[in-house]
Design a protein around this ligand. Sequence first.
Ligand code: ADP
Ligand code: ZN
Length: 284
Amino acid sequence: MLIGGIEAGGTKFVCAVGDESGEIFDKVIFPNKDPDDTLSEAKQFFDKYSIEALGVGSFGPVDLDKQSGTYGQVLHTPKVKWRNFPLLSRLQNEYSIPVYLDTDVNAACLGEYKYGAGRNVNSCLYITVGTGIGAGLVQNGKLFQGKNHSEMGHIFVQKHVDDSFAGSCPSHGACIEGLVSGPAIEQRYGKKGIELIDNKAVWELAAYYLAQAIVNYYVILSPEKIILGGGVMKQEKLYPMIREEFTKQMNGYLKIDNVDDLIVAPELDDEQGVKGAILLAVND
Ligand code: ADP
Ligand code: ZN
């Protein structure tokens, strides 16, 4: 069965055609402009194939509450042209096949759980540290959802005593996203993360905050794997720094058998989002 998958990101769309086994037969990547242009570019790609279902992992926030009158709509996104856009119904009308919608980070979590770093465990948390911060949780093959999707990037952590940055989140200032997302790092130092590679203090502070967030997630959810992805985590030196800081902050409270095995990098080479999107359509 041919299945379509869309990783609908704020900056770019990844569209792929694949199957239940996780194989991808064709893939395109193009920038996310306004909804009409971007969705017609996606349609042109999928029209070459007879896909039988479509899974979409979308940037957000997006309304996933089936009881809500705005179910399937993009909500209050900074991308103004997408605000209140009825993504799910538009795709259902355009494709006339079953369409499954979830968040981009939930899709990525499902992809890593099934085929990547989470393939040997029953529960895993996938955290992306990129333009925003978000996390998804899979347990026994199912993504966690409450009334709507969780927003784990907007938790509060303790400010470092030497950090005077007010934070970049428009809603909360210094939530974890406001302190350590890519744009937060750029605002704090006036330079992009990629230009700060050799500045040890930058990554020590990032590890300090990310470890706090992970301690919070861990004590609440107790996942068997914590997979850290996203652009900021391309700084691979962050992994050992975060593990060390996590152990320090946990302070022996919970027994962690092997922190190297708990906090890990993704394994799907930037394809977890689109492979997970395809799985949204398979798993139903
Ligand atoms: P998105 O979150 O939009 O899907 P990414 O996960 O690629 O995209 O995250 C983009 C953010 O990650 C940007 O703010 C960028 O500055 C930052 N970033 C990308 N590459 C690196 C890198 N090698 N080192 C540090 N930060 C990076
Ligand atoms: Zn916030």
